[in-house]
Design a protein around this ligand. Sequence first.
Ligand code: ISL
Ligand code: CA
Length: 550
Amino acid sequence: MKKTWWKESVVYQIYPRSFNDSNNDGIGDIRGVVQKLDYIKSLGIDVIWLCPVYKSPNDDNGYDIADYRNIMDEFGTMDDFDELLAGIHERGMKLVMDLVVNHSSDEHAWFEASRKSKDNPYRDYYIWKPGKNGGPPNDWEGFFGGSAWQHDEATDEYYLHLFTTKQPDLNWENPKVREEVNDIIKYWFDKGVDGFRMDVISLISKRPAYADMVSPVFEEVIEKQYANGPRIHEFLKAMNEAVLSKYDIMTVGEGPGITLEHGLDYVGEDRDELNMVFHFDHMFLDMGDGGKFDPIPYTLTAFKDVFNRWDEKLKGKGWGSIFLGNHDFPRMVSRFATDGAYREEASKLLATLLMTMRGTPYVYQGDEIGMSNVSFESTEDYRDVETLNYFKQLWAEGKDPMDHIHNAHKMGRDNARTPIQWSGEVNGGFSETQPWIRVNPNYPDVNVASQERDERSVLNYFRKMIQFRKENPTFVYGDYESIQNDHPQIYAYRRWDETNEYLVVLNFSDQEVDFSPIITGLELLVYNYDDSTEDLLMSPWEVKVFRVHD
Ligand code: ISL
Ligand code: CA
């Protein structure tokens, strides 16, 4: 495969509201990120992906944009942004921004004009339909519950919003909308930004029939009706030709509905669309038919299958992204490993997985210190619109949300949105004021400052693993094969090229496991127990990475 900087990079995702508060108003901000650039650099990070910082009324924490060319007041000014970009570049890192153009905020000037009258020049920037039988145009549901249509008094029509009512979907059928998006992209590239993560890009092309939902299972509706619409690849190719291809940048498309079947259509190297995508196959493993708040158990073998199938599909043809969490999902250690007695070992194990797979690794803020899920005692402490809508829906069904709060504990997005725990000081050193969302009460035990002082901390292990990946490029470009794939506790795989071969063995369980791969000539290189030995008797959540000699 062609070698490029973004294949060799390790990306660090920042959710600015929760990262670091520089002016002590309780909200993380851009200057807060500037203050921590040396820290991020010290991890070995190449690229920072910054979640939305644009002007926004924050109905969905910045994923509802009111002005694509200005900065949200709470986060700072354009001068702060320019300083951030310069600071990142000075340190030899790159900056990727979030592009949220499936929808805008209802407070965007386009929408304010659009809703005024049916003949307004901006009317067709959004998707308007007359009602049917006194109700919405069809029975579509939004991602955060309820109808995906909102009635608007002024013109007695409905607009489509796949997310909250304050996030109207843009009408990509309108060539003017596509031009506006290209101009926004150009604006940020001309400032020197190094790429975009494209929010729900899989949803931009709508199926013109607007037929009723084909299934009561939401995941099926996404796949068959919302995602991968008829013109998606035409739109992406045109965007690529007009702007993306003119700059040395990276793109990663996000999308529910980007399945194994469709992945290569987006990232095939012969397609000139996107560089990478985030698919959600492993992120949906523990969701039942009722979706996120209907959690179900899943097995390690199912988890391995996702990685195996995607690697096989993309190999030689397109590039993958490796991630285990972000601002939309629970903390990786609580979800895919354990946050009990073995939290540290388990965090190191997941760090090893991230840094030894084929594809570009994405580290979500706080995972480098092993931050875990939070269980707020009261529904009042939750902030995420998705979780709040869930509570509302329970009330509407005559149920008490407190009887179901365990689902929010397990699956809610706020798990990943608690402030970064910088120290054992008040509010975890995030802010001197009570933050916009409560700090995880485990901050005295889990924080950056104490881990800086500890050679054996999760933090220093992350640094070591990132370094290890860089020193051994076989982990970037080399081949991948899972061995003893049916093993219920061990995830083991080979990585190799013409010159090197490695074996990675990860014990995904609380039990000791006697693993016996039929491979000889093993030299132990990386491990997460002080007394690790070259044998394959694996302690709980133990990691062993070997060089394989012929
Ligand atoms: O968390 C999810 C719903 O339970 C995901 O399906 C999520 O909604 C989906 O991945 C899209 O996420 C992105 O777009 C949303 C925004 O709320 C998320 O934060 C963003 O990452 C709407 O812009
Ligand atoms: Ca602030």
